[in-house]
Design a protein around this ligand. Sequence first.
Ligand code: TYD
Length: 201
Amino acid sequence: MKRGTLIAFEGLDGCGKSTQLELLAEVLREAGFDVLATREPTDGAMGQRIRAMARSGEVIPAEEELRWFVEDRREHVRDTIEPALAAGRMVLTDRYTLSSVAYQGARGLDPEEILRAGEAEFPLPDLALLFELDADAGLARVKARGGVAEPSFEQSAFLQKAEKIFESLERAYIERIDASPAPEQVRERVLAVLHERLALL
Ligand code: TYD
């Protein structure tokens, strides 16, 4: 059986990647593809632990935080992503290795090191769509949908660091997408990119 395709959706909070993932999943399903939509942090044991930590506001050392995300990804790849790729499915994941690079990099760890380790251990995505939006515009969207109260200065400064790291990444499998227009326009661009890069749709 022909191996499936892995597409990662990456970007800052509020960039709209989750909406775009749903829109693309729908188009691909209508076109007859066998689509698996999944996300990180996952709904598995480690993913739940990460979400509980985020809710509680608890801050753990950056190295340990990275270990948690990598362990979650390890389970995700082993139990969900690899079997789906082996079965020839189209896998869309909401966040993957580049999120660890940008966010745990923003906590002070070495982004290149996280990227190298991630690429060495996990399957490379066929395509990583990087939805670009500046940090404060993303936070404003999160606030507008009722996600959080007024973002703190620290939160904004942290996301600006993550934004800089996302901007600095250079890999052949990354395609940057301007996430500032309306969702329908961004969707058109996503479809065009799939056509150009993967000869799909
Ligand atoms: P997010 O996609 O915002 O999940 P949801 O809105 O569905 O809860 O991800 C949760 C947070 O986890 C987000 O702020 C980014 C962060 N994160 C990391 O710091 N490192 C990682 O490796 C991943 C996958 C996510």
